[in-house]
Ligand binder design. Structure first.
Ligand SMILES: C[C@H](N[C@H](C(=O)O)[C@@H]1CCCN1C(=O)[C@@H](N)CC(=O)O)C(=O)N1CCC[C@H]1C(=O)O
Ligand SMILES: [Zn+2]
Length: 592
């Protein structure tokens, strides 16, 4: 049936009042979800266009490849690379550039391990040329259709539709308030890491008081910084919790990593992975076909078929991701007996938190030692700080990125950000919130958000910010249930059936009750709100240490000290390096 405006109006009227008077709260709750049609409310032709655009954007992202770095790349007088010449030539393949390097595992590995700023700068830009830029126009049309669908569901735009998943008014303000409370800790970490990167690369690459160039942080999007632990670890030579070498030396396979993660869940009395999981999951990158390598977990909604798709590499980062993805499956299993409409996370952040909560225990030096992945572990202050610092490179470094991704998208959906400032607004947020800068000039020809999986795949992102706050609330409560005494960061709930029972009680609810009630169950009624106290308690000792280390450093960054002056690319070739250096010098003298 073609949805005419008449039919749609009648459907909206019918669905908008009748059920609201039902007396049974659970039935009313079911209808509140069932009456939101999502994209299905679109007329057939527009629905077809929307799904087509989504598929095309995801395919571009998953198939994007770049050329190998060549140090002989021509350099501009400004010291920048003559990428235009390089890429124009590439387009005709005149200089033998054949794009062969995919994001996983190649570019991910190179961004993690290269310590050559020029190679990193090349990789950073080439990935955005191949993955983000090509989908800019498609994304703008996709936003239009997404907003049309949202309006047909009674929302003002797609951003309001996304935020409705959290079922509270003022969610946007709540997230802003949480970030304001967490930002000072982030700035301390940022200042310390920046100082270490100045030591490593020099001030001409890393401005001592400016933002950190995004290509130097060990990750394609600078979203977590764990891969530069080797350059920044507080007490080198003391215990380090990066067990990548141990995993490899001990001959761990991806399957063994999955079994290790599963054993943590079952040690709490939680569900083992079903037989079909082991038969049907894809846990290694196949060699015979192209796949979407970005790790993901799938519930096939029949109570039996659950799978993970992951191009697993044997390293610590993937061991943590394995716990993350298995946490989704565990949640799917625990609410599989709920009515279908309630088989979902209490809110999306809960779903993202489950696996990470267990990983908080599994990553402790004591736990890694108990599974034979870490040798000598002492209870010294230095080991504590090294561990907390490694955890902060993951959990604290991530917070501004987890926050700004949907700040940017909510503004795009609401129209506050449009095609005229689509990319520059992204960099305003990256500079202002995260204190990172682009290593090469950016213009509105580029589309850098499009080079991050969740934008072409249209997966909301504030869920991860919520998860990184709520997972520490879970950790604190489960540690209490497990009878842990001592600092929160040393807690390991491994084998605590009491902790497992509490987790099961909360997660089995699915979406049958508002997440605020699930939080009440978790905290035995102490709170039903997102609360930054547990994460601040966990990182308390590190914060004190950072503040003492950072004495004399500027906390925060001067945004106009980005090393790459925001000139359009065409001008850059005209400005000689000398002039640029003079400008930079004058700026520095003026600012000191
Ligand atoms: C590696 C992880 N992959 C996602 C996830 O597991 O959340 C995948 C892709 C998008 C949704 N998804 C799913 O699997 C969902 N089907 C899960 C569910 O809703 O049940 C990911 O994207 N992460 C982890 C940390 C931050 C973020 C990142 O890497 O930026
Ligand atoms: Zn997830």
């Amino acid at each position: 049936m073609i949805w005419s405006d008449f039919h749609r109006t009648k459907w909206n009227e019918a669905t908008n009042y009748a059920w609201k008077n039902f007396t049974t709260p659970t039935v009313r709750r079911m209808f509140s979800f069932l009456t939101v049609l999502g994209k299905a409310a679109l007329p057939r032709d527009k629905l077809k266009e929307l799904t087509g655009l989504l598929q095309e954007m995801k395919t571009t992202y998953s198939l994007a490849k770049i050329c190998r770095y060549d140090p002989r790349l021509r350099r501009l007088p400004s010291g920048d690379y003559d990428y235009d010449a390089e890429f124009e030539a590439d387009d005709d393949n005149q200089i033998g550039c054949i794009p062969t390097l995919p994001l996983e595992p190649h570019l991910t590995q190179m961004m993690a391990t290269s310590r050559d700023p020029e190679e990193l700068r090349y990789l950073w830009r080439a990935w955005r040329e191949a993955a983000g830029k090509p989908i800019r126009q498609k994304y703008l049309r996709f936003v239009q259709l997404s907003n049309e669908a949202a309006r047909l569901n009674g929302f003002s735009d797609a951003g309001e539709y996304w935020r409705s998943d959290y079922e509270i008014d003022g969610f946007r303000e709540e997230v802003e308030e949480l970030w304001q409370k967490l930002s000072p800790l982030y700035q301390q970490l940022h200042a310390y890491v920046r100082a270490k990167l100045v030591e490593k690369y020099g001030e001409e690459v890393v401005p001592r008081r400016g933002p950190i160039p995004a290509h130097l942080l060990g990750n394609m999007w600078a979203q977590t910084w764990t891969n530069i632990l080797d350059m920044t670890i507080p007490y080198p030579g003391r215990t380090s919790v990066d067990v990548t070498n141990a995993l490899r030396i001990q001959g761990y396979s991806p399957l063994a990593m999955f079994r290790l993660a599963e054993e943590f869940f079952t040690s709490l009395g939680l569900e083992p992975m079903p037989q079909t999981f082991w038969q049907r999951s894809m846990i290694q990158k196949p060699t015979d076909r192209e796949v979407v390598c970005h790790a993901s977990a799938w519930d096939f909604c029949n109570g039996r078929d659950y799978r993970i798709k992951q191009c697993t590499e044997v390293n610590m980062e993937h061991l943590v991701t394995t716990h993350h993805e298995m946490g989704h499956i565990q949640y799917d299993l625990l609410y599989r007996n709920q009515p279908f409409i309630f088989r979902d996370g209490a809110n999306p952040g809960f779903h993202e938190a489950v696996g990470d909560v267990l990983a908080l225990s599994a990553s402790t030096p004591r736990h890694l030692q108990s599974v034979g992945l870490l040798g000598n572990v002492d209870d010294s202050y230095e080991t504590d700080i090294n561990f907390l610092f490694a955890m902060a490179l993951d959990k604290i470094a991530f917070l501004p990125f987890g926050y700004l991704m949907d700040q940017w998208r909510w503004e795009v959906f609401s129209g506050d950000t449009s095609s005229s400032n689509l990319n520059s607004r992204w960099w305003e947020l990256r500079l202002g919130v995260q204190g990172v800068s682009p290593p090469v000039p950016r213009t509105e020809q580029d589309f850098d958000p499009g080079a991050k999986f969740h934008v072409p795949a249209n997966v909301p992102y504030v869920r991860y910010f919520v998860s990184f706050v709520v997972q520490f609330q879970f950790h604190a409560e489960l540690c209490k249930a497990a009878g842990h005494e001592g600092p929160l960061h040393r807690c390991d709930i491994y084998r605590s059936v009491k902790a497992g029972r509490l987790l099961r009680n909360v997660l089995s609810l699915g979406k049958s009750r508002p997440w605020t009630e699930a939080l009440s169950v978790l905290t035995s009624g102490r709170t039903n709100k997102l609360d930054v106290e547990p994460i601040l308690e966990y990182f308390g000792p590190l914060r004190t240490w950072l503040e003492s280390q950072n004495r004399g450093e500027l906390i925060g960054w001067r945004e106009n000290e980005a090393i790459v002056l925001q000139v359009t690319r065409s001008n850059a070739s005209l400005i000689t390096g000398a002039v640029l250096a003079v400008i930079a010098l004058v700026l520095l003298v003026a600012l000191v």
